[in-house]
Write a protein that binds this ligand. Structure first.
Ligand SMILES: Nc1ncnc2c1ncn2[C@@H]1O[C@H](COP(=O)(O)OP(=O)(O)OP(=O)(O)O)[C@@H](O)[C@H]1O
Ligand SMILES: [Mg+2]
Length: 254
């Protein structure tokens, strides 16, 4: 697809990850407005679950459970992330962005935690008509494990490869990937990864926080698609990145 942009808005931007079920309403407004402000072709949005998914997943997946308990866990995680999704997408459409929510659990199958198949035909058709498909991290059926967690980061990497994205961005609550002394690492490749230390995040992230994100994005880089991690909370950053401006970020390439 020509000029496709995929942007993930981290759950760390949309929610307070230190609490459970805590929205950053000001950020959701700001992000929705900035996205609506940019006129561009071919945009897919993905958002993380933040405190509307990670704490719930951590709770359920750490206990012994039977199928009924499984179904309850699936409901609890999915219902929470759907609530965040409804809130975010309603702000997008209120801001006049042509955004439509797509829930990955309904059209995705996993195999040992990795996407085995996803029905992307609908997304392609939506893009042709200038809609902005909005996907999110979700609880998804896994043919080996039963239900499992699919991160927004993996969705970004998968869709970028499947649909041939031209630009891939991941907005988080920090300026990018930091080194030992808190300095921003501007460029990560498989060759300098040893020098990067990942702090054990003080918030709950069942999909590996920054370490998991880098793993997904390096896999994407291996397929020839670069990506950028940047601060989505700084006013104007999302708009500037979408408009192709160079902003402070960590560039991931092969
Ligand atoms: N070396 C590092 N550089 C920067 N951030 C790091 C590093 N190591 C760990 N982190 C943590 O990673 C966090 C960002 O990843 P996290 O998965 O929590 O956010 P997210 O992906 O936006 O959320 P979600 O998974 O809900 O979408 C930062 O807030 C920081 O605490
Ligand atoms: Mg995360």
């Amino acid at each position: 697809m020509k000029d496709l942009t995929i942007l993930k808005i981290g759950g760390s931007v949309l929610t307070h990850k230190h609490d459970e079920r805590s929205l950053r309403t000001d950020m959701i407004n700001q992000v929705a407005n900035e996205i609506a402000d940019v006129q561009r072709d071919g945009l897919i949005l993905v958002h993380g679950a933040g405190s509307y998914g990670h704490p719930q997943a951590a709770k359920h997946f750490s206990i012994e459970k039977d199928l009924a308990a499984d179904a309850f866990a699936v409901f609890d995680i999915n219902a929470n992330v759907m609530e965040l999704d409804m809130y975010f997408v309603s702000h997008l459409v209120d801001s006049k962005a042509p955004a439509v929510a797509l829930h990955p659990m309904n059209f995705t199958l996993l195999d040992e935690g990795r996407i085995h198949s996803m029905m992307t035909e609908q997304i392609v058709e939506m893009l042709k008509r200038d809609f902005i498909p909005v996907l999110h991290g979700d609880v998804v059926f896994d043919r080996k494990q039963g239900y499992a967690i699919l991160s927004g980061d993996q969705i970004v990497s998968y869709l970028a490869r499947e649909l041939g994205a031209k630009r891939v961005g991941v907005a988080v609550d920090v300026d990018g990937v930091m080194g030992k002394d808190g300095e921003l690492i501007e460029h990560i490749t498989p060759r300098n990864l040893d020098g990067v230390t990942f702090t054990e995040s003080s918030t709950i992230d069942v999909t590996g926080a920054m370490r998991g994100k880098i793993r997904e994005l390096l896999e994407l880089a291996e397929a020839g698609i670069d990506s950028y991690i940047f601060n989505g909370m700084k006013k104007g950053n999302i708009k500037r990145w979408l408009e192709g401006e160079k902003i402070l970020s960590t560039h991931i390439s092969d």
